[in-house]
Design a protein. Structure first.
Ligand SMILES: NC(=O)c1ccc[n+]([C@@H]2O[C@H](COP(=O)([O-])OP(=O)(O)OC[C@H]3O[C@@H](n4cnc5c(N)ncnc54)[C@H](O)[C@@H]3O)[C@@H](O)[C@H]2O)c1
Length: 476
């Protein structure tokens, strides 16, 4: 996509990479190796639908194989093209390195508007696409593991997993060929919410650092912060829900395809989400002001802006008018490289996509490990937890006996301790830990180097250093 003669999405990511690389001391050959996309496979395939053969175009791009398998979602959208898929694949490379998931970067896409098709038609299309990729090892538990992205979810991942299993009946690890599957098809608890949950954990971590809050010209905590979200899909909905329900933030605006909703007192995220599910958009929702040109809301005063839909939405046409002092990139590439400079010059703090939406791939990693281990995730830890918790319970019961009525142990509290950690608790705590550690690694570079003045550069530097070390270890 090219907006106002700005570089394409892929070029924009490359410009950001180049800026980071210019602050590092990489041999030029290695720098080039890390920058370029290794391969992009284009497939055109036919599916008989509604009495005629329809041809679809899909892509799977592999940006870097410094670690394998490579990993990255599959997007269904009309905007999908080679440039977009390659940009997204390169972001996956740096994202995986930043949060230390042992994968290279990949991405796939199908040029399709999924809303135009019935469920059984989408299944035929998805299975055929999966077949085309799997027969070339572009879906494979040890080489290339897709996941959901815009326009796809658990349903599509279950079809892909089943298609791969049919083609590889003796592969005992077949389930690990794709992540983001529903729990009854080998998925893991907490994967659907993971990317939005990661956005929440990222913001919580940011708000643990007073110095960083001050740099964004904000104060206090997440509570009562006014937030505008673009895209109430998988990522945007979960982020908005958790931030409003659990952290007391106010979602004052929601931008969707057909317009936007605004309420300075805070929208009921659940009600808006249900309205969109029933009506295909936000128009007609009664309890808020409707804004015809949704993108206008990007420019409205708020504390935190969360673009969670498309790339390139904050560009040279609107960057100057953005008022949010803090932007967290839940979407991939929502800010063009040109807009990034305008915003930095204005003093806006940007929590970059590489980090902000890494919750998805982090929990996908847990799912992949669970599939390969063939053991219910958390079972081993659970035994240890139970042993430890039994000691706590014994201690509590002793206290209960001594203190009698003066101090009574709550049955719910006791039950929680006895139960030990379940899969969802383990996934969430593993994700929280990952988001904290990754933030701190970026933050250290951000604050310790005079030549690094933004989190995006810090994120790229941390990631590129790790990828370079990995290539060096391979002898390249
Ligand atoms: N799903 C994941 O796990 C995941 C992980 C990492 C990053 N991401 C990124 O997050 C972004 C959103 O992905 P998702 O999975 O939530 O997709 P989704 O398809 O579930 O949701 C996208 C939402 O954006 C809305 N939208 C589309 N075009 C819009 C426009 N022009 N203006 C306003 N709203 C618009 C859609 O109506 C939908 O509600 C993408 O950039 C994706 O690459 C997703």
């Amino acid at each position: 996509m090219s907006l106002t003669n700005e570089p394409s999405f892929r070029e924009s990511v490359e410009l950001m990479f180049n800026r980071a690389a210019s602050l590092m001391n990489l041999p030029s050959g290695l720098e080039e190796k890390i920058r370029v996309c290794n391969a992009t496979y284009t497939v055109r395939f036919g599916v008989r639908l509604r009495g005629e053969i329809k041809t679809f175009t899909g892509y799977r791009s592999v940006h870097s194989e410094h670690m394998e398998p490579v990993k990255g979602g599959i997007r269904y959208a009309i905007s999908v093209d080679q440039d977009e898929v390659e940009a997204l694949a390169s972001l996956m490379t740096f994202k995986c390195a930043l949060v230390e998931t042992p994968f290279g970067g990949s991405k796939g896409g199908l040029c399709i508007d999924p809303r135009e098709y019935e469920e059984h038609e989408l299944e035929l299309i998805t299975r055929r696409f999966a077949y085309e990729l799997a027969k070339r090892d572009l879906i494979n538990p040890s080489q290339n593991v897709p996941a959901p992205d815009m326009g796809t979810g658990e349903r599509e991942m279950a079809w892909i997993a089943d298609q791969y299993a049919r083609m590889n009946t003796t592969d005992i690890n077949a389930r690990a060929c794709v992540t983001g599957k529903p729990p009854h098809a080998g998925g893991i608890a907490g994967r659907v919410e993971a990317t939005g949950r990661g956005v929440q954990y990222a913001l919580r971590e940011f708000f643990r650092h007073p110095e960083d809050i001050k740099l964004a010209n904000l104060s206090g905590k997440l509570k009562d912060k006014r937030i505008i979200v673009q895209g109430l899909g998988n990522v945007g909905y979960h982020a908005a829900k958790f931030l409003s329900h659990e952290d007391g933030s106010r979602i004052i605006g929601v931008i969707e395809r057909d317009g936007a909703l605004y309420d300075a007192n805070g929208l009921d995220v659940e009600a808006v989400h249900q309205w969109i599910a029933g009506h295909g958009g936000v128009k007609g929702f009664a309890d808020a002001q409707f804004v015809e040109n949704g993108a206008d809301l990007l420019e409205v005063e708020c504390d935190i802006l969360i673009p969670a839909a498309l790339e390139g939405v904050i560009n040279l046409t609107n960057a100057e008018r953005i008022k949010a002092p803090l932007i967290i990139e839940a979407a991939n590439g929502p800010i063009t490289s040109g807009a990034d400079k305008v915003l930095r010059d204005k003093g806006v703090v940007i929590i970059p996509d590489l980090y902000a939406n890494a919750g998805g791939v982090t929990v996908s990693y847990f799912e992949w490990v669970k599939n390969l281990s063939h053991i219910r995730f958390g079972r081993m830890q659970r035994r240890q937890e139970e042993a430890r918790h039994q000691l706590v319970v014994d201690e509590l019961e002793r206290l209960d006996r001594y203190l009698g009525d003066a101090w009574s142990m709550s049955p719910a509290f006791k039950e929680k301790y006895l139960r030990g950690a379940d899969e969802l608790e383990l996934v969430r705590s593993g994700l929280d830990d990952t988001m904290r550690v990754a933030y701190q690694s970026m933050r250290e570079v951000w604050h310790s180097r005079d030549d690094v003045d933004d989190l995006r550069m810090a994120a790229f530097i941390v990631a590129i250093e790790r990828i370079a070390a990995s290539y060096r270890a391979k002898g390249l």
